[in-house]
Design a binder for this molecule. Structure first.
Ligand code: GLA
Length: 430
């Protein structure tokens, strides 16, 4: 059975062969108090745009009408996503973050800020859908959102899920400010079940592990992965290279815990792409894209698509990069080498016995020449490989396990390869 987005569905919403098994499943679920998401969504990491890092909580539409959190901003970004090639490459989510809420009506239902969203959220969702996009929205489990707007609280979870579904929202980011650990353990699964019960496919993005310091024993990653389609584990990204490195370091330090948890339908989220903003130079922007791709991370851009430079567009719209990010196996990559010369190598297994490799330099002054072989990277499956440089498009042929190769890596930069085995017939042609 396929879902409304054409993807196979499983679990409560998806497989309903007859009345009886459905009841059995429901009884089992109720009996064991397991409330799983199982919505069949996000079999590959989500791609799209999210307002927070670039536009924050700018509500000053009087002085800054172009950049404030408002209907206009989201419609203009929707236009760019649809018209500038983004949507067709997979960047389909147009996601509202904090600071959209105006309050609650007499029935307790959420309403957007009337001045900044005069036509309401359903209107924005329709607009997004008319352009082939999906709309994401933001709420918080606590009394307030992180920026101080009305939160959902446990008693409003079901009502808010219904409101989002009525508005035809496609993704919910549920933050955790002003909530306790106990409320989160109850609230996130409760929201997952409430979203499921609406019958509308709504992807569920949780900022849950972050508030419990990201690691077991406080974080139960099995429960998180059963509840959420993606989740923030660590601190907010800021517009700086230092911030990107601190996130990368945390993910790598804890890769033995984090890497096995990710897979189709459930992803670790190292936070937004900041490419196109002020904080990264060209090499660093390429590095963030490559490293996030190796980590099977969501590709949620937070930048001004109305003024982004062609150079940054090229990085974000690299089709081989996107193919790797969206690989159907959904295996998160790992750092496999930390060289004493400040070089690190990351590897991600892909479909068809291919791999993505990122050679990353922590040098900051000059390019570094790094020599290695596939055997040193433990890639000994095939007799002969070929590699395509993801950024330059160059092909590196006849790579046997013992072939020594040298890559030149720019400061704070990467060389990224798509490595695939040559089949017998191709071997013959070579
Ligand atoms: C938290 C989240 C951010 C953003 C802000 C909004 O800090 O981690 O991603 O949503 O709240 O206030």
């Amino acid at each position: 059975m396929t879902g409304p987005d054409g993807r196979p569905q499983s679990g409560l919403m998806g497989s309903r062969p007859s009345q009886e098994p459905q009841q059995t499943v429901l009884l089992l679920v109720l009996g064991t108090q397991v409330q799983m998401l199982e919505n069949g969504l996000l079999r590959v990491p989500p791609m799209g745009w999210l307002s927070w890092e670039r536009f924050r909580c700018n509500t000053n539409c009087k002085n800054d009408p172009k950049n404030c959190i408002s209907e206009r901003l989201f419609m203009e970004m929707a236009d760019r996503l649809a018209q500038d090639g983004w949507r067709d490459l997979g960047y389909v989510y147009l996601n509202i973050d904090d600071c959209w809420i105006g309050g609650r009506d007499s029935k307790g239902r959420l309403i957007p800020d009337k001045e900044r969203f005069p036509n309401g959220i359903a209107f924005l969702a329709d607009y997004a859908h008319s352009l082939g996009l999906k709309l994401g929205i933001y709420e918080d489990l606590g009394k307030f959102t992180c920026s101080g707007y009305p939160g959902t609280t446990l008693d409003k979870v079901v009502l808010d899920a219904q409101t989002f579904a009525e508005w035809k929202v496609d993704m919910l980011k549920l933050d955790g400010c002003y909530s306790t650990s106990k409320q989160r353990v109850q609230g996130y699964p409760k929201m997952a079940a409430a979203l499921n019960a609406t019958g509308r496919p709504i992807a569920f993005s949780c900022v849950w592990p972050l508030y419990d310091h990201g690691l077991p024993p406080r974080v139960d990653y099995k429960l998180v992965a059963d509840t959420c389609n993606l989740w923030r584990n660590y601190k907010d990204i800021q517009d700086s290279w230092t911030s990107v490195l601190s996130i990368l370091d945390w993910f790598v330090t804890h890769q033995d815990i984090l890497q096995p948890v990710a897979g189709p339908g459930h992803w670790n989220d190292p936070d937004m792409l900041i490419i196109g903003n002020k904080g990264l130079n060209f090499e660093q922007a390429r590095s963030q894209m490559a490293l996030w791709t190796i980590l099977a991370a969501p590709l949620l851009m937070s930048t001004d698509l109305r003024s982004i430079s062609p150079q940054n567009v090229d990085i974000l719209q690299n089709s081989l990069m996107i193919k790797i990010n969206q690989d159907p196996l959904g295996i998160q990559g790992r750092r496999v080498i930390k060289d004493q010369n400040h070089i690190e190598v990351f590897l991600r297994p892909l479909a068809n016995q291919a791999f993505a490799i990122v050679f990353f330099s922590r040098h900051t002054i000059k390019p570094y020449q790094y020599s290695s072989s596939l055997a040193q990277l433990n890639l000994t499956d095939a007799t002969m490989y070929e590699a395509q440089d993801v950024y330059t498009g160059d092909t590196i042929s006849n790579l046997k396990q013992t072939t020594n190769f040298t890559v030149t890596i720019n400061p704070s930069g990467v060389v990224m390869w798509y490595l695939y085995p040559l089949r017998k017939q191709q071997l013959f042609q070579h």
